[in-house]
Design a protein around this ligand. Structure first.
Ligand code: CO
Length: 163
């Protein structure tokens, strides 16, 4: 399978992913998937960003890029009332950075490639990253978070600037 990172406004970015039943479904291309993220200097890449409608993402928030993680079927089970504003980018919307408000802390459950279950309370960059990637699995993008007028302007600039 020749995977590539889809960019806005590709309609496949809007597909809601389904739960992964077995790691075998992704085993064949997971290394290529990590390569795509590392090639673009990303810290996270969700399945839907390559047109795969399955609930998983990969991430690595270390500067050394030596801590790859596969997060399968993630579920947010708690969010703090406290918010955090973080300047986010997205490999599917190259060149755009937006200040996005999200829950500061979350509790998440997921499984890894061996079927091990995890539950963790995340804060800071990791919390933001998980929320960003889980949004992708719901077919949501950072531009969706903007107020309507601002969103329209940003979308127009994304669609028309290259003509
Ligand atoms: Co993204």
């Amino acid at each position: 399978m020749d995977l590539k990172i889809l960019t806005f406004p590709d309609p496949l970015l809007r597909v809601k992913a389904r739960e992964l039943k077995n790691f075998d479904e992704i085993k064949g291309f997971i290394n290529r998937f990590f390569d795509l993220m590392y090639e673009k200097d990303g810290i996270g890449l969700a399945a839907t960003q390559t047109g795969i409608p399955l609930r998983f993402f990969v991430c690595d928030i270390t500067e050394e890029k030596n801590s790859p993680k596969i997060v399968i079927n993630p579920k947010i089970i708690w969010r703090s009332h406290e918010k955090i504003i973080f300047n986010e980018g997205c490999l599917s919307i190259p060149g755009l950075r937006l200040d996005i408000e999200r829950s500061k802390k979350i509790k998440v459950r997921w499984i890894d490639e061996r079927g091990n279950e995890y539950e963790a309370e995340l804060d800071g960059l990791e919390s933001v990253l998980f929320q960003h990637e889980i949004d992708h699995l719901e077919g949501k993008l950072i531009i969706d978070k903007l107020p309507k007028n601002e969103r329209k302007k940003v979308i127009e600039s994304l669609l028309y600037v290259k003509l």
